[in-house]
Ligand binder design. Structure first.
Ligand SMILES: [Zn+2]
Length: 330
């Protein structure tokens, strides 16, 4: 201790990175696609249901030792830091909130695309992120602790590039980690190279949704060799994302660990515990999405990795050591 001044900013305040414990870096207590606000005449936000679902999610992750969740819901998809603080206090789980904008196709892009006509949106987004990371969100005093950036399938649009420029600038001011979204298993290496060009610290970045589309790990290696972390972070979501299976994911994780990249792999689910919108919990009853829950790493992945020869210490390395390092590097 002593050499690092780094702290992790949770919704209840700053903690030492050493106190993170097992941490999932990409989950959502609530998520609403832009447009849900416009349908509010037809649906009611049921906070009791949201909290009941959150309580079950927290119980599920605590059963496999998780003590911190990063809620990676961006500003434009129904992020609610007051709710996150309530969940953290009620259910005794450390929660880190996010600043960021989702990719152009599914995010709230029109707002800053309009502003771009008359304002410097990179400067505006940088100011927004730094304010939320250092002072708080919407006057609550509840601060975010990470940033999210996101790109489209097969391209990084001009708008997305502006959001990435802002996050890279805000990281150089605040030191906050960045966790990314990629679409359809594309643009991971392009995101990494752009972030490097913009002065981001690869040790503080997880390129997300790197679960791949086959057993081939060349795609992940390209990102890892640039010093970035890779997220195997849609565990259980195979049906939802037409992704690889969880067994494929585990084989790739072990393969990459054997190649010396144990310290740059991040496991998570990208689970959505509560969807904002009209009868939106109907989603959870769709066939094939029953495995896409925050319990999956405990139920299936940890046993599967142990069966593939990993030790409990290896699991802690993935879920504790790697996450801690996002805050401890200088
Ligand atoms: Zn997500």
């Amino acid at each position: 201790m002593g050499e690092s001044m780094s702290v992790v900013t949770t919704v209840r305040g700053a903690i030492d990175p050493a106190d993170l414990g097992r941490t999932l870096v990409h989950e959502h207590f609530t998520f609403g696609y832009p447009g849900h606000e416009g349908d509010r005449t037809m649906w009611t936000y049921d906070e009791d249901d949201v909290l009941a679902r959150a309580q079950r999610a927290v119980a599920a992750v605590r059963s496999y030792g998780v003590t911190t969740l990063v809620d990676l819901t961006p500003n434009d998809c129904g992020r609610d830091v007051r709710l996150l603080k309530e969940i953290s206090e009620r259910f005794d789980i450390q929660v880190v909130a996010t600043s960021g904008y989702y990719y152009e196709g599914e995010g709230g892009a029109p707002y800053f695309k309009f502003r771009r006509l008359f304002a410097d949106i990179v400067a505006e987004l940088t100011e927004l992120y730094v304010t939320e990371l250092t002072e708080g969100v919407e006057g609550t005093g509840i601060r975010t602790g990470v940033m999210k950036v996101a790109t489209s399938a097969g391209q990084i649009t001009d708008y997305e590039r502006a959001t990435i420029e802002a996050a890279a600038a805000a990281q150089q001011i605040t030191g906050a980690p960045i966790v990314t979204h990629t679409s359809n298993g594309t643009m991971g290496p392009e995101q990494a190279r752009l972030l490097l060009d913009l002065g981001a610290d690869p040790a503080k970045v997880v390129i997300g949704h790197m679960c791949g589309r086959s057993h081939d790990v060349d795609y992940q290696l390209e990102v890892l060799r640039l010093g970035f972390g890779v997220g195997f972070d849609r565990i259980g979501g195979t049906r939802m994302f037409s992704d690889v299976t969880d067994d494929d994911r585990m084989d790739m994780v072990v393969n990459l660990m054997d190649r010396g990249f144990s310290d740059r792999i991040f496991l998570s689910h990208d689970s959505v515990n509560h969807w904002k919108g009209r009868d939106a919990q109907a989603f959870h009853r769709l066939p094939g999405v029953d495995t896409w829950t925050i319990a999956r790493i405990g139920d299936y992945i940890i046993p599967g990795l142990l069966a593939r020869g990993l030790s409990e210490a290896d699991i802690d390395g993935l879920l504790i050591g790697n996450v801690t390092s996002l805050w401890q590097t200088s």
